[in-house]
Design a protein around this ligand. Structure first.
Ligand code: GLU
Length: 504
């Protein structure tokens, strides 16, 4: 077979915010597409109108924009294989449903929900399939005239796919190999419902993958059970030659590895399971997002990329470009990937350390503003630069470590650091230091350091800890010269004078 152009799709149903597992799926599709110079399609699978949630589609688009996962075609991106929203493709699906009906590969069923329930109660493990379809009310059992009459009278019906039993179905999966199941375990899946004149997920999914020339279906493990049916549908339409390759990604597991990751794990342990904050339009509930929690998008990408795949080296910090180059779908794990959110925090810390301080300043400015501090982007960036190596994973963790840069400390004799370091002669020593500093024309780090180090050396002084008490009020903060230079001469001397007066 000739090499096909790589075309992948991410096809969410807009039933709520995008779960972080969905983001990982989209990312793997993106990496694969970019690696092969292929296309990435964004399709909205909204054929289940009961589960439609307003705002979900916009949310998903915004999440990918934030994360830097780009699409080439699809809802909001355009393209020549649209429309890309399934609810706008009714006529297309109807044609294909009719084709299966005409060819005897599907049939019409009139069984009401009550009748189906009665059947389920009467028969253990009832399944609508080759063994039972003969006992049901459908176009295979009713005379043709009655079928027509029922339809003409407006009776609701569904179209079911006629699955022949006893056949081995092979799903060729890039990650899982040859997955074989027997068709007897499948039921005659509903492909179309007259009630809303819409196809179900299965039919719409296959027709669209075919018409949109999708070459690879990369999706979560939860869709693996649907894959045999999808193979049968491809065959029923005679599209075997363009059947996509499948890759079912490993499940994301709870942080302790026991069971599937859920929203409740996030609530319980305090980490987001959604890319962006989500406001539930029905309940008004707010769920936290990675963006609003202070993660950098690059950190989220790097973290997610390594959940289910790794480059086979020790290198963990990988840019999007490196991921595109190194990603290997065939090396994804089959078994679930533990959602180690602490590792996610570590990634964020690493990306903050590597990031330009000026780029981090806006986020810090916002936090300062919330704490009533007004300052310039330059000063915010300077503080970030002095303090970001202090074991923080998020910019908002800087505030309690950095308040003294912007507000004068309160002195507390009971503070442990103060008790230990503000001693008998400290006030006198600070007086001397103040005189020395006052005489400096250049209050920059180098100039202070030269003068103070010499004075300390010559006089056998160790002024740094009491000086820290005076400027900070306790045992935290950066290098003293950097701090004093940031505060400036006037503020530095003012704080020292107050410390001497209050601590004595
Ligand atoms: N609409 C499905 C979903 O919500 C798509 C599954 C697939 O990729 O085939 O994930």
């Amino acid at each position: 077979m000739a090499e096909r152009k790589v075309r992948v799709r991410f096809a969410p149903s807009p039933t709520g915010p995008l779960h972080i597992g969905g983001v990982r799926t989209a990312l793997y599709n993106y990496l694969f597409a970019r690696q092969h110079g292929g296309d990435m399609v964004f399709r909205i699978e909204d054929t289940d109108s009961n589960r439609f949630v307003p705002g979900a589609e916009e949310y998903i688009i915004e999440a990918f924009r934030w994360l830097g996962i780009g699409f080439d075609e699809g809802v909001s991106f355009g393209g020549d294989k649209g429309p890309y929203r399934q609810s706008e493709r009714r006529d297309i699906y109807k044609k294909y449903v009719d084709r299966l009906l005409n060819e005897g590969k599907a049939y019409i069923a009139f069984d009401s929900p009550e009748e189906l329930n009665a059947k389920r109660e009467a028969t253990a493990n009832f399944q609508y399939d080759a063994r039972t379809r003969g006992e049901m009310r459908n176009s295979l059992t009713l005379p043709a005239g009655e079928v027509e009459a029922l339809m003409a009278a407006g009776h609701q019906y569904v179209v079911r796919f006629k699955v022949e039993s006893g056949e081995e179905i092979h799903v060729d999966d890039i990650i899982r190999g040859d997955v074989v199941i027997n068709s007897s375990i499948l039921d005659d899946k509903v492909l179309y419902k007259s009630a809303d004149q819409l196809p179900t997920y299965h039919l719409a999914n296959i027709v669209d993958d075919h018409l949109m020339e999708i070459s690879h279906v990369i999706r979560g493990e939860e869709w693996l059970p649907s894959a045999p049916l999808h193979v049968l549908l491809y065959r029923a339409f005679g599209w075997e030659d363009t059947m996509p390759c499948f890759a079912h990604l490993p499940l994301l597991l709870k942080p302790d590895g026991k069971g599937k990751l859920s929203k409740r794990d996030g609530d319980r342990l305090g980490f987001p399971v959604f890319p962006l904050e989500w406001h539930d339009p029905k309940t008004g509930d707010v769920s936290s997002g990675y963006r609003e929690s202070g993660y950098l998008p690059e950190a989220v990408i790097n973290f997610l990329a390594l959940l289910g795949w790794n480059p086979g080296t020790d290198k963990e910090l990988l840019s999007m470009q490196e991921l595109i180059e190194q990603f290997d779908l065939t090396k994804c794990s089959k078994s679930g990937a533990r959602f180690d959110y602490v590792k996610g925090q570590w990634f964020n810390r690493e990306y903050i350390l590597a990031r330009d301080n000026a780029e981090l300043a806006p986020a810090f400015l916002e936090i300062l503003e919330r704490n009533g501090i007004e300052t310039s982007p330059e000063r915010a960036a300077a503080v970030v630069g002095m303090m970001k190596m202090k074991k923080i994973s998020f910019i908002h963790e800087l505030w309690p470590l950095c308040d003294f840069f912007f507000t004068a400390p309160r002195y507390d004799r009971e503070d442990k650091f103060t008790r230990k370091n503000w001693k008998e002669g400290s006030a006198a020593e600070m007086q001397e230091l103040m005189t020395l500093l006052e005489g400096l024309d250049d209050f920059g780090v180098e100039s202070q350091k030269a003068a103070v180090d010499r004075w300390a050396e010559e006089n056998g002084k160790k002024p740094w800890n009491p000086w820290r008490v005076a400027l900070v009020g306790t045992g935290k903060g950066p290098d003293m010269y950097e701090l004093a230079a940031f505060l400036g001469k006037e503020e530095t001397l003012c704080r020292m004078r107050r410390a001497v007066a209050e601590l004595g």
